[in-house]
Every structure is written in structure tokens, then in C-alpha cells.
Design a protein around this ligand. Structure first.
Ligand code: ANZ
Ligand code: ZN
Length: 875
């Protein structure tokens, strides 16, 4: 460690830092805090056992901002807890033969100690742990509330099946390439009865209320939410079909009804009823369907294969034009979207275009829409934009796309066409065939069906001591004693549900629990919900931009609609008023230039500035890049070690300083020394400072004092604004560095009142970022004064003093007597048209004037060019 004093400071101030007290204690400003609540939440961690650099970054941000808000007088809520259910604990149980519970508890204990080293202050009396029965009793209560309101239901569905973890996955947990987000296995399809939450019941609100988050949430996150909900306005069209003598209609959803004259085929999903019927006795088709299903999980919608199967013996007509067209079964048609059927427009839709080229390469392609201006662009040879209908559409030629839609809807009438809105959002599949999760609190009875567990029987605790193999369905089904129970309704022998809940449910409501974390009867009392919610500032990773936030928003809207949170502000029941998504922390990564292999730290000599590196064996220069920290890349940094080396304050300040919050932070540890030197200079200022609690008198300021005052006010303004809108937190550190620079250079020329005022203001501004250093400085400068024993973290945040002190525009003037320059003077006023008496006033009393000019008669005074020289002609 370069400066061991920082770790000593950490140790000295640790206890004080973890128990923040309200600012109302400020003896220099006894105005009470404003007592308004300010709820700052950072996403709770999964208790893996060790904090990583991402944690250091997110919790530094929330800790700094909560200390800032406390100093502003807010009643700050800054809780912490553990997202403690989930697969890693279960896998540890399988692999190491430990209980998931004790593994988790041990990790939580270790991570709490790591938090302490970081100098963060959480309201530990609000702590929640999602795997503890006093928490999941309420997760179960929430489930039953949703059930009671018809928002939790069971349905048979084709589910995504992870063959490695042997569990069902939500659509969201399947990557675009069809792999499990967790195990990486290629996901399969399977039919199972599952529990769902009806998130679609709130789809309009979930979409519309995104508007209220404008400027308060990152634009990118709002867009991702919007796309996920995926509202799409268009039309439903029915195409008449004949199979043998049987007549029926095939419905399709289209956003481009204006392209109806350009439809050249119909494409059906493999699950379409017409396809199922046609597959009977058609082995070739059966084979196609089987292959398509195998592929279905594998590719995202945009990369789907364009394979098609032409259905024989089927006659299909364009309802507008009457002409016949072929009908295909196509892999790219999704069974779960729209009507599971597509009207194929090769001339105007890229996917249809590719399909047509592959399946009907010798057929012409129709163009029915064209641009309205010369500049209208073509993409990949086809026109996909809206425009106007072409000559080839006969009577419709010249209609704009919008007019064409209207015309076709009218012409076809309700039997064949109607306006329609589709949503991409699907209900949330919440059951999991896993052990380490919240048990689903229902009983299955032969005569009563699904019976909710009565409220007074909650929680239904997870049975312990089960042998978990990780194979073959729900582990809970093997806990026979636990499974068999009397039916709560008829008392006959019945069975508990053996699935557990998706862990995203645990985290979908934890933000509400913190407000009333010890309430045994309710998730949160309505009074406390109204008082403590919403979260004013939420800090977390952008990887949660879709699911976790959407689920939390859904639960918030449910809590509001069911009276649990009766009066949400703005009536929008948005859980997170403002959101910051912090960027990742990347580590310096070396690879061998020949093999591409990741190099271990001991294989490379790195010179301090990171500029140069050499492989120890062979002496080659390795390739260098910044990448997400990971064990396999040997580029990780342990935050606790880093803090041990450099001190928590310097580490925190560096984390803030090194990059804007939402940008990637490339971790360059050697740079911490810059922050350390700055902090040491601050401590030195506190030592040399004269204590004088007298208010500075602005009218009497000399120039140096004016300089100091102005930069101080500017810094207070900048830092306050940066903390308040949380966009450029990195600039707070650089602003404080500039202030320190100016104080170190100028304070000697200031009165004790200004010295004291400026230095203690700097310490207040620094306190949220580097609390131990600020407290140390504060203690030093108040030893033996009436503020001895006070704490800077309990002081009020400085406010900008709006009184102006204008820096004088003084310039040097040469004073000549009878043509000979004798001395210089600093003069503020313009001398051009000054009276002789005023000019005499300037020089009177100056020792040089007394020596050369006193007592002599003034004949004439000449002010020279530019007012820089005054010549007194004396006799
Ligand atoms: C004809 C057409 C012509 C289309 C054109 C687009 C452009 P969004 O915006 O995502 O809602 N579609 C409809 N159902 C589908 C399904 N089950 N599987 C795959 N694709 C489906 O997309 C709506 C468009 O997606 C619809 O509009 C339809 O193609 C296609 F120049 O109809 B369109
Ligand atoms: Zn019963």
C-alpha cells in the first residue's frame, strides 16, 4: 500500500460510518431536517459468498447519494437484503452435500463483513432475506392475493424445458439462440400444467405509464420495456379456404393491410389447426413438422429458417381480389403470435421476400406500394415502407397506405376484416420444478380441486433434509410427509403443490417489504406503503432492464389496485420514481498473441501505467483488451483486497471519478494514487486551518478572498446539482479537486473566517464520497473548539450563497513624477476622465509619494495612453 494512513482511517471511523445519524444534530445549523422521506434502493445481491467489483460500484453510488440526501435533511431509507433463493445454492447442495440453507447463510455472513469494509451504511434493521420463512410467508401471501383476484392461474402449456436443469424456463430465460440463460442447454418444448401470473391484465398501464418515467429512467430502458410489451396496431383479415368440399376461413394479423393486393401466398405455423388436420396420414408433412419443432427452440424469430412445405389440395383466395394462392406451412410463422398465420407479401416484407425466393424462386414478385417522393429508398431490392399504391393495383392506384387500409376495411366488411391490436407480452410462467424457492401455497384435493392454504397456516415452510439429486422433476415431490396433508376445505387426504416459485417473484416485491420489514401479518401495511413508497431512486445493473423491472412494475400496480398500496403518488403506482443503471466494471485482459489463450497475472509483467506489458516466458508483447471481469479471463479484481490496499475512501472516490455512472468503468487500480494524494492534501488543509466560526464579511473581502469565495460557491452548486440529478457523478470528484487546489494556493491570503468557512465547506462536500477522510479532517480542525466531538456527516449540506462578490478588475498603474516612473499602484477604477483631486487621492499617503512629491505644487496631471501611466508634473 502506498499510503497506509488510509486503512488506519477506515479502522478508526468504521463504527461511526455504519450507523448514520440524522442531520438534525447539526449544531451549526439547528434548523431541523426537512423530514421528507427519501428512499434510495440498490438492487440486492444474490448471496454468492463474495462481493465483486460490480457490487462495489453500485453500492458506492447508492451509499454516496444516501449520505448526500441525509445531509440535506431527508429522512433517508437505504435498505439492504438478500435475493437468496435460486439455483446456485441448490447446485452447491447437490455438488458438495451441504444444505442450501446453511450454504446461503454462511455466504450472507461473509458478504456482510465485506459490506462493512466498503464503508457503506445500510439500514440493517430493515434487512430482508428472501429464503427466510418470515419473508417468504409474504411471498406466499402475495401469490394467494393474486390467486384470489384471478391473476394467478394454472394452465396447460407448451413450455420451454431445460434438459440439464430439468426445469421449465420462462420465455425470457431462453436466449435468442434458444439456449437456457442459466445452464446453456438447448431448450426443448414440453407440455405441462403450470402456474401463470396474469401480467397481461396490466399491459395497457404498463405501457402507458412508461410515459411518466420520461427523463427519470434511462431512455434505453424505457424502450426495452416498450418493445417487450410490444403493442402492435393492425388488422385481422380472413382468407377463404376450401379443403375438398369443406369451406373455412384462415385468419391472419397484419400491420400492413395496404399490401393486401400484393399477397402471393399464405403461411401457417406448424401448430395451426389446418396443418394438424393435413398432417394426418401425410408422413412427409409430419416429418417437416417434427424438424420444424426441433428448430423452433433454436432460432430467434429473425433468424428462423425460411423452409416451407406446400400444403396439397387446398384452395385459398385473396378476399379482396378473389384470386387463388398457395398455402405453406412455414417455420418462421410463430404459433403464439397473432393468429399463427401470415399473409405473405414478398414485395414488401423482408421475411416474406426471403421465403418466396427460397420456395418459389421462379415466380415474379409483386410491387404494390411505392414511395411518394423521388428520395424514397429501396432496401434489399424491396420497398418496406409505407407510401402510395402503385398502378398495378388498378382501382386502388394512388391511394396512400393509410387510405388503402381504410378502403380495404370498408370494402371487405366485418365478415372479412377488422381492426386489431396485438401484444407481444405473455403471461408470466412462475412455477419451477426446483427445491430452493418459495413453495406454492396451495393444496390439490381430489374433490375440491385447487385449495389455497389458509392465511393463518402461512408460511408453508420448505421441508429440510431432502435428498436433492438435481434430476427428475420437482424435488419436493419426494418429501412424502410434507406433500401429504389434509385438504384445508374438506379435510380429506390431499397433496401440496410440489413446485416452487420463480425467484423473480421474490424480487418483484422486496422494495415494498423494506418499508415494513417486520410486519408479521401483511406484506406491508397500507399506511406505511403510502408513506414510504415509491422508491425515489433505484440503482442497479442494466441486465435487469426488462424482467425484474417489469415484474416489479406489475406487482406495484397490483398492490395499488388491490388496496395494499392505496394511494400511490401520481396515481400511476410506479415503484421506482427514478432509475440509474450503472455500467459494468471491466478488467485489463491479456491474451497470448499466438494462441489467443487468456494469460494469468503471473504470466505477464505489467509496467505501472498499464501501457506496456511483456510475457514472462518468451518475452512477447501480449494482446491487451478491457473485458467483463471473469474467472476464466484472469482479469478480476477483488474489491475487498483493493480496499485493504488503498482504503475505502480512496477506492470509493476512484470508482466515482473514473467514469460516468452509466459508462463502462475500465479498472486501472494504479490510478487510485491520484485520488489518495488529493485526499491527503484535504487533510493537510484541515490541519493548517485557523478555526474561526465567525461569518465571513463579504464587504471586506480582499481579492484572494473573493477568488476563494467564488470558486467555493461554484463548487457547491455543481456538486449539489450532480448529486441531485445523478447523471455526472464523476464530475463531483473533479470539482472537489479543483476547489482543493484553489484553497491550497489561496487560503494563506484569507482571513481566518474565510479560511475556516472554505475548508469546512470542502469537508462537508467531500463527506458523502470519502466519509472517513472528511470526519478525520473535521475532527482535526475542531479540536479544542466548541465543535469538538461533532461529526461532519451530521452537518447540513452547504447551500449556495447567492450574494455576489465581484472580482475587481484591478490593474497595475505606473506613477511617474515629472516624467520619471517612481512606483506602481493597483487601481480598480477607470482613470481616463478622472478629476485631479481623485488622482491625488490615489497616491496620497504612499511612501514613494511622500518621498518624491509631498509638499510640492501640482502643475498638471497627465493620464497616459490606455490609462496605464499617470504622470504628475510638480514644481
Ligand atoms: C403482411 C405484411 C406486409 C406484414 C408487409 C409486414 C410487412 P409486429 O409489428 O411485430 O406486430 N406476422 C403476423 N403474425 C405472425 C406470426 N404468427 N408469426 C410471424 N410473423 C407474423 O408484426 C406484424 C407483422 O408480422 C404482420 O404484418 C405479419 O406480416 C407478421 F409489407 O403482414 B405483416
Ligand atoms: Zn377437499
Amino acid at each position: 500500500s502506498t499510503y497506509p494512513e488510509f486503512t488506519a482511517l477506515d479502522a478508526k471511523w468504521r463504527n461511526h460510518l455504519r450507523t448514520p445519524k440524522p442531520v438534525a444534530a447539526d449544531p451549526t445549523n439547528p434548523t431541523k431536517g426537512n423530514n421528507e422521506k427519501f428512499y434510495i434502493l440498490s438492487m440486492f445481491p444474490y448471496p454468492s459468498g463474495s462481493l465483486h467489483m460490480g457490487h462495489l460500484r453500485v453500492y458506492t453510488i447508492s451509499d454516496v447519494l444516501s449520505r448526500f440526501r441525509r445531509m440535506q435533511g431527508y429522512d433517508v431509507i437505504h435498505p439492504m437484503g438478500w435475493d437468496a433463493f435460486g439455483l446456485p445454492a441448490e447446485n452447491a447442495a447437490i455438488e458438495r452435500n451441504v444444505s442450501a440453507k446453511s450454504w446461503t447463510e454462511k455466504n450472507i455472513k461473509a458478504m456482510k463483513e465485506q459490506f462493512e469494509a466498503m464503508g457503506v451504511a445500510f439500514d440493517w434493521d430493515r434487512e430482508v432475506t428472501t429464503c427466510s420463512p418470515d419473508y417468504y410467508a409474504h411471498t406466499q401471501r402475495l401469490f394467494l392475493q393474486l390467486f384470489k383476484h384471478g391473476l394467478a392461474y394454472r394452465a396447460n402449456s407448451t413450455v420451454n424445458w431445460d434438459p440439464i436443469d430439468e426445469t421449465v424456463l420462462a420465455n425470457e430465460q431462453v436466449s435468442a439462440s434458444g439456449h437456457s440463460w442459466r445452464s446453456g442447454a438447448l431448450v426443448e418444448k414440453k407440455d405441462l400444467e403450470q402456474w401463470f401470473f396474469k401480467i397481461t391484465a396490466f399491459k395497457e398501464q404498463l405501457l402507458d405509464d412508461l410515459e411518466t418515467l420520461k427523463d427519470a429512467w434511462p431512455e434505453r430502458v424505457r424502450t426495452m420495456q416498450k418493445n417487450w410489451i410490444g403493442k402492435s396496431s393492425g388488422s385481422k383479415i380472413r382468407f377463404p379456404v376450401k379443403v375438398g368440399d369443406a369451406e373455412s376461413k384462415v385468419e391472419v394479423f397484419t400491420t400492413r393491410l395496404d399490401t393486401l393486393p400484393g399477397v402471393q401466398y399464405l403461411a401457417l405455423s406448424t401448430a395451426h389447426p389446418l396443418v394438424t388436420a393435413a398432417a394426418e396420414g401425410n408422413e412427409e408433412l409430419q416429418k417437416f413438422i417434427a424438424e420444424a419443432k426441433a428448430n423452433a427452440a433454436a432460432a430467434g424469430p429473425e433468424n428462423k429458417s425460411k423452409r416451407g412445405f406446400l400444403l396439397p389440395g387446398i384452395e385459398c383466395r385473396n378476399p379482396l381480389l378473389g384470386e387463388t394462392m398457395p398455402v405453406f406451412v412455414a417455420e418462421y410463422v410463430l404459433e403464439g403470435y397473432g393468429e399463427g398465420a401470415v399473409m405473405g407479401v414478398p414485395g414488401h416484407d423482408t421475411r416474406d421476400h426471403a421465403f418466396w425466393l427460397e420456395n418459389c424462386p421462379n415466380e415474379p414478385i409483386r410491387t404494390v406500394v411505392e414511395g411518394t417522393t423521388e428520395a424514397s429508398t429501396k432496401e434489399e431490392g424491396i420497398f418496406t415502407k409505407k407510401g402510395k399504391l402503385t398502378d398495378s393495383t388498378g382501382e386502388y392506384c394512388g391511394l396512400s397506405s393509410a387510405e388503402a387500409v381504410k378502403t380495404f376495411l370498408e370494402k371487405l366488411g366485418p365478415e372479412w376484416a377488422e381492426e386489431s391490436t396485438q401484444w407481444r407480452l405473455r403471461d408470466w410462467l412462475v412455477s419451477r420444478q426446483r427445491y430452493w424457492g418459495t413453495p406454492i401455497p396451495v393444496v390439490h384435493c381430489k374433490s375440491c380441486g385447487i385449495v389455497p392454504v389458509p392465511d393463518e397456516d402461512l408460511p408453508i415452510e420448505l421441508p429440510e433434509g431432502i435428498n436433492i439429486s438435481g434430476k427428475g422433476g420437482s424435488p419436493l415431490s419426494k418429501a412424502e410427509e410434507w406433500v401429504n396433508c389434509p385438504c384445508p376445505a374438506c379435510n380429506a387426504p390431499a397433496k401440496r403443490d410440489t413446485d416452487t416459485m420463480d425467484t423473480f417473484i421474490d424480487s418483484s416485491w422486496y422494495w415494498a417489504r423494506y418499508i415494513d420489514s417486520k410486519n408479521p401479518k401483511e406484506l406491508v401495511s397500507p399506511e406505511k406503503a403510502d408513506k414510504g413508497l415509491p422508491v425515489d431512486l433505484y440503482v442497479g445493473g442494466v441486465e435487469h432492464a426488462i424482467l425484474h423491472l417489469l415484474y416489479s412494475r406489475f406487482i406495484a400496480k397490483f398492490l395499488a389496485s388491490s388496496g395494499i398500496w392505496p394511494n400511490p403518488s401520481n396515481n400511476t403506482a410506479e415503484p421506482f420514481k427514478k432509475l440509474i443503471t450503472q455500467g459494468m466494471v471491466h478488467g485489463l485482459t491479456f491474451t497470448c498473441p499466438e494462441t489467443g489463450r487468456f494469460l494469468k497475472p503471473e504470466e505477464v509483467d505489467v509496467f505501472p501505467s498499464n501501457e506496456e506489458a511483456i510475457m514472462r516466458i518468451g518475452g512477447k508483447v501480449p494482446n491487451k483488451s478491457w473485458e467483463k471481469m471473469s474467472k476464466s479471463k484472469y482479469n478480476g479484481v477483488d474489491p475487498v483486497t483493493c480496499i485493504g490496499n488503498h482504503g475505502a475512501d480512496a477506492t470509493r472516490a476512484h470508482v466515482l471519478f473514473a467514469a460516468p455512472v452509466s459508462d463502462v468503468l475500465n479498472w486501472e487500480e494504479f490510478k487510485i494514487v491520484g485520488v489518495q494524494r488529493f485526499l491527503l492534501r484535504v487533510l493537510k488543509l484541515a490541519k493548517t486551518n485557523n478555526f474561526s466560526a465567525v461569518e465571513p464579511e463579504l464587504e471586506k473581502f480582499n481579492d484572494t478572498e473573493k477568488t476563494v469565495w467564488n470558486i467555493l460557491q461554484q463548487t457547491v452548486k455543481n456538486v449539489t446539482e450532480a448529486f441531485a440529478d445523478t447523471i455526472a457523478l464523476n464530475t463531483t470528484v473533479s470539482d472537489l479537486m479543483k476547489l482543493e487546489n484553489s484553497l491550497s494556493a489561496n487560503l494563506k491570503g484569507c482571513s481566518p473566517a474565510v479560511q475556516y468557512h472554505a475548508t469546512q465547506s470542502l469537508l462537508r462536500l467531500l463527506a458523502p464520497i470519502a466519509p472517513a477522510v472528511a470526519e478525520e479532517g473535521w475532527e482535526t480542525m475542531h479540536k479544542g473548539t466548541k465543535l469538538e466531538g461533532s461529526k461532519v456527516l451530521e452537518m447540513r449540506w452547504p447551500e449556495v450563497d447567492t450574494r455576489e462578490v465581484l472580482q475587481s478588475a484591478k490593474k497595475d498603474i505606473a506613477i511617474a513624477i515629472n516624467g520619471k516612473v517612481r512606483f506602481t499602484l493597483q487601481v480598480e477604477e477607470e482613470l481616463g476622465g478622472a478629476e485631479q483631486s481623485a488622482l491625488l487621492g490615489l497616491v496620497n499617503g504612499h511612501e514613494q509619494w511622500t518621498k518624491w512629491g509631498a509638499g510640492k505644487e501640482v502643475k498638471k496631471v497627465i493620464v497616459g495612453k490606455g490609462g496605464k501611466l499617470v504622470n504628475f508634473m510638480l514644481r
